[in-house]
Design a protein around this ligand. Sequence first.
Ligand SMILES: [Zn+2]
Length: 230
Amino acid sequence: MGIGYSCPVPGRYGLLVSYTSAQLSACALAIAAAGRKLGAQGLTPATSSNFSMRLDTAHAAITISGCDKDTLTPDDVMVIDMDGRAVGTSARPSAETLLHTQIYHHYADANAVLHTHSRTQTVASRLFATTGVVRLEGYELLKAIAGHTTHTACIDVPVFPNTQDMPELVARVEAWIQTDKPLYGYLIDGHGIYTWGRDMAEAERHIEAFEFLLGCELDLLLLNKTRSSV
Ligand SMILES: [Zn+2]
C-alpha cells in the first residue's frame, strides 16, 4: 500500500506510533471495502467523499485526495497525524482531513469516520439549511444509531453552511460540539454528510441509516407538497 509509516514526523503528540503494520493494513482494507460498498450505493459521485480510521492516539489512516471511491484499494489510503499532516508519504490527504481529526479529538470512542456526497444528503442539506437542523423522530431505523433503543428517539442532525475555508468549517462544527448537544452526524449545505462509529461496521450502519432517514424526510416533503397542490 502507498503508506509508509516507517518514518513518522513528530507532532504535538510526539512519536507515539503504537499501531502495527498489520493494523494499518487491516484499516486500509476496511476503508477500501467501505469505499467500494458506499460507492456502489451511489453515495460517492465524481471522486467525492472520504473515509478514515483511527490507528492510535496520534495517527489515522485516510483516503488519498481525488481517488475514485468505486474502485478504492488499500493503495489509496495513507497515514496522517492528528493535526492532519501526511506521515511517511508525499501523498496528499483529503482536503477535509481536519473534519476527521476533529471527530477523533472530541469523541474517544470514534474509530471510523465516513463522509459522503449522495444526492439525498445534498438535497436534504439544501432544504434544511435555513433551519440549520434536520429533526429525525418516530422512525424505527433510529435504533440503528448507537445508543438508541426506540423509535420514540429524537435525533437532531445539524446543517452547517459550506465553505472552502476548512478552519472556518471546523469552527462551525466545534461550536455545536461545545454546546454538549448530542452529535451523531452532520450535514454541510449543498455538500454531504459526516458520521462516525466505534468501528467501520458501526460507521457504515450510521451512514446508511442517515441516508435512508433523510430520504424519508424528502419523500414526506414531496408528498405533502403534491397533496396540498391538488
Ligand atoms: Zn466533501
